[in-house]
Design a protein around this ligand. Structure first.
Ligand SMILES: [Cu+2]
Length: 126
């Protein structure tokens, strides 16, 4: 009987532990403020931990903003990429599939929103 319990405990550990390790976080960008103007996304991201498998959710009134994933230089200069399409649903979910630096901007008004601070930089940990 003790052996059965021992084996059960081991089996349970193998079934439960990987699911714990895969527990992921959904980050609502800007929290209740959402994806908007006049918000400090650098301050929001500071102190947060982003891991591969987590999700970012950009919430905004559809049509007012959008989301582009950009490069570091595009982020710095608020350059709206021509080659990639924006996310525009108003509830844009981005799964973080790889570690490293990630940059996102709003491309509305030819980058003016970005220039006004609607830009997010995060570092994703493995
Ligand atoms: Cu915008």
């Amino acid at each position: 009987m003790a052996l059965v319990q021992f084996i059960s405990a081991i089996v349970l550990a193998f079934v439960t532990l990987p699911s714990l390790a895969r527990a992921t976080t959904t980050h609502f960008v800007g929290d209740h403020y959402g994806w908007a103007l006049n918000f400090d996304y650098a301050a929001w991201a500071k102190g947060r931990h982003f891991y591969v498998g987590d999700k970012l959710v950009f919430k905004y009134p559809r049509g007012y903003h959008n989301v582009y994933k950009v490069s570091g230089p595009e982020f710095n200069y608020c350059k709206v990429p021509q080659a990639t399409e924006a996310l525009t649903s108003g509830y844009d979910v981005i799964k973080l599939t790889s570690p490293g630096r990630k940059w996102y901007i709003c491309g509305k008004a030819h980058g003016k929103h970005c220039q006004m601070g609607q830009k997010l930089f995060i570092f994703v940990k493995p």
